[in-house]
Design a protein around this ligand. Structure first.
Ligand code: MLT
Length: 328
């Protein structure tokens, strides 16, 4: 009897240390830090949203939620890292609209871009802004369009790779201007913003979560917000329709994912923590200051995120196939 309980006393911690728990003795979740992968560089819009969400989720989960930036290849490197991670709830992905475009844009991927993930919940939908280096010789959107038509590829355009939000918005803008610019790809629009401020790139279309503070500081020139209404956070900035490009409206949705195969109870616990984070007044205030808002609670669920994500894949597939332009 004594021998059995001594063995149990030594064996159980050893098993738990290796992440193995005997049947009926599963360790409570979470019992160690959780990593959320951002598939873009630090300092950009996905990173900003993720750090706010991670901190607030950590309070609810009573553990650290650590952000890891795995940028490159339009977000596919970071997504691959999570799709191929152990489905134990300790490696998550916070990604944006790229989850809707990647399955059609990239025909050769090292991971399953549709079936490789278990959605946890939607997070936010972020407006975009058309911006440029502050000394660009254009005072409004019509003048910027005229400049792009005149200079064409002499002007360059920063984006975060094929399928990134800045790539999609840039395509819409060049289509509206009916003139191409030279693309300069980055691992994320955080570093692209540094170059725009420094004047080594000319134009960018990026989310308000990256651009609001630089616009307010006068570090970049802003031409329009891509929403039907003006934003309370940037009240003096015209909408694309007001500035002469009606129909160029785009917002960027974000969601949280676990790897496919993560136990349902863990996905549901994460969804509850996400909902708690999105109810957090500090998070909501910071989101508002950056021109965005948390989604409604019922959208921060696995079912709502799955439905929205699949509908977005279905929406983009014919558009990308008709354009015949792929990343690989
Ligand atoms: C994008 O263009 O997709 C984003 O700005 C990526 C990022 O978070 O850097």
């Amino acid at each position: 009897m004594l021998r059995r309980s001594l063995a149990a006393a030594f064996l159980l911690p050893a098993l738990l240390a290796f992440g193995v728990a005997p049947a009926g003795a599963q360790a409570p979740y979470p019992n160690r830090p959780i990593t959320v992968v951002v598939p873009f560089a630090a300092g950009g819009p996905t990173d900003t949203v993720t750090r706010l969400v991670a901190e607030a989720m950590g309070r609810d989960l009573n553990t650290s939620v650590v952000v890891e930036n795995v940028g490159g290849a339009g977000g596919t490197l970071g997504a691959a890292r999570v799709a191929q991670a152990r489905p134990d709830g300790y490696t998550l992905l916070l990604h944006h609209i790229g989850m809707g475009t990647t399955p059609s844009l990239y025909r050769r991927l090292s991971y399953d871009a549709v079936g490789g993930f278990a959605p946890v919940g939607l997070v936010t939908e972020v407006p975009m802004t058309i911006i440029a280096r502050k000394d660009i010789p254009a005072g409004n959107l019509a003048e910027l369009v005229a400049l792009v038509r005149q200079q064409r590829e002499k002007l360059n355009y920063a984006n975060a790779g094929i399928g990134a939000a800045s790539h999609l918005c840039g395509l819409l803008f060049q289509k509206a201007a009916d003139a191409p610019m030279t693309t300069v790809p980055y691992r994320g629009t955080g570093p692209a913003m540094t170059d725009l401020i420094g004047g080594t790139v000319d134009v960018m279309c990026d989310q308000t979560t990256n651009t609001t503070e630089q616009i307010r500081a006068g570090a970049v020139k802003v031409f329009a917000v891509t929403t039907p209404q003006r934003l309370p956070s940037l009240p003096d900035v015209p909408t694309t329709a007001e500035a002469g490009l009606p129909g160029m409206e785009v917002t960027i949705w974000h969601a949280l994912y676990a790897p496919k195969g993560t136990p349902e109870a863990i996905v549901n616990r994460l969804s509850a923590a996400l909902q708690a984070a999105l109810r957090d007044q500090r998070l909501a205030a910071r989101f508002a200051d950056l021109g965005t808002a948390p989604v409604a609670q019922e959208r921060a669920t696995p079912a709502a995120a799955q439905a929205f994500w699949q509908a977005d894949i279905a929406k983009w597939r014919p558009v990308i196939e008709a354009a015949g332009q792929y990343a690989d």
